[in-house]
Design a protein. Structure first.
Length: 180
């Protein structure tokens, strides 16, 4: 094995999820699996089917359903996948999108689509940067004069919501009549 390069479960160099990375993800999630469960998971993450992973780890392939439906194993699969997506896949995808955006030989439409994807992932949407209406601005960013103007505007828009006492008593009488 070349120094600094790990060989994964499938035997390929630079494999994204090596046995060491799978074990580390399980450990980081605070999960305790048996050695056989870890091996099953390593083979499965490495590309084997569930039954083949069980068989390679020394279990009968017929136990694959119960092995993978065990709560600890399900949690471990989730932890490994989350770790892979966060540490390996997402950065690689962002690098690829940036390469597409930066490639002058790429079709303009493809570059625009990649740029929009990058901006969306970063939280920069067109709506985020539209001019905000005074009613939606954060009051902590408004000056005292702006706050006074906003209060005056809202007070002018207020309507008298005090009900007419005769209308209220008539409504109550008709409500009581419905249940009499």
């Amino acid at each position: 094995m070349v120094k600094g390069k790990e060989t994964g479960v499938g035997g390929r160099k630079n494999e994204a999820m090596t046995p060491a990375k799978v074990s580390k993800a399980i450990e980081n999630a605070g999960l305790s699996l048996t050695e056989k469960q870890i091996r099953i998971l390593q083979f499965y993450i490495g590309g084997m089917s569930k039954s083949a992973a069980c068989e390679a780890a020394g279990f009968p392939p017929t136990l694959s359903w119960s092995a993978f439906n065990h709560p600890k194993m399900a949690a471990a699969v989730g932890a490994v996948v989350d770790q892979f997506l966060t540490v390996e896949a997402a950065p690689a995808a962002l690098r690829l999108l940036y390469k597409v955006v930066d490639d002058d030989k790429m079709a303009a439409g493809v570059r625009v689509q990649a740029a929009n994807s990058l901006l969306d992932r970063a939280g920069f949407t067109a709506k985020r940067h539209e001019k905000q209406d005074d009613n939606t601005r954060d009051v902590s960013t408004m000056s005292a004069d702006e706050l006074r103007a906003q209060i005056a505007k809202l007070e002018a828009e207020m309507q008298d919501v005090t009900p007419d006492s005769d209308a209220v008593s008539g409504a109550i009488d008709s409500y009581d009549a419905d249940f009499a």
